[in-house]
Write a protein of this length. Sequence first.
Length: 346
Amino acid sequence: MKMNKRFLGWTVLVIFVMSAFVFAGCGGTKKDAASAKGGEKKTITMRFGHCTATDYAIHKAAVFFAEKVKEKTNGRVEVKVFPGGQLGGEKAQLEGLMAGTHDFFLGTQAPLSNWLPQFMSLDLPYLFTSEAQADKILAGEVGKHLMDLLPSKGLYGLGWSENGFRSFTNNVRPLQTPVDMNGLKIRVMENRLMMDTIKAFGADPTPIPFPEVYTALQQKTVDGQETPVALMEAQRFYEVQKYLSITNHFYSPYILYASKMTMDKLPADLQKAIREAGQEASVYEKKIVREDNAKAVAKMEKAGIKVNQLSEADIKAWKEKSIPIYAMYKDKMGAEVYEKIMNAVK
């Protein structure tokens, strides 16, 4: 009889425990079903990387984008910003977006030539003469044609923005004409057209990921570098460089990229909200960077760097040195896009 009572007790306990698991399981299923039907909205966390300092226009635009995404999605999407190359250099971050390891990146189009040579058309030296001209061309047929190429490589372009016209700093001498470039080792992006242009000017082009540039200048691994002046000032290159020469030899747009893999997994309403935020952030970044570039030369000079402006005759010498690059890269970037952009700039 004692054995029967003990057996009965254990049986009741087992049934109770199993019932608890069943009810718990049912509760989880209902909760998941509610989420699937929109009854409960889970927060989606996404990662946004860039390669610059936190006081530069890119970071401000990234923070602006994150705020807009949160607002437009009613808090369903949270964007975390990783500045200063925390997610890698520009090429590495683009590869991350293609692989879906992170979600957004704001940077130049130059590394894209590794996968889409058509984007080299924007890197041609002395292609654009003004910001207004660049705006018109990128907002038109050329810009749309290039943006439409991105999904084939696992990317979306949420908007055109701007880095600006690029100039040189170095530690050896002022650069008035291309002759002054002879023998200098200059950091450039991982872009063959840009490297060949620097070589045509007479210098030795050395590709280095942007997060490593300050250290490379400080340790004299290279003599100089080339970026827009506002970016130089934000990165404090004046601390490790003596001369700034306003050559304006390349124009660099920025693109606000999104991972296609990430975006395609989102419901349509969130995709729409993110695209709208991307457009607004691109306009916002362009406004800030132009204001910063307008003030940056004076700031660099005040910080101690020696600035030399170039005359029209000086610029003509730089342009003449760059002419062979057009013929060298016409076929590499594709005749179609080359003709489109050359007709546009005319």
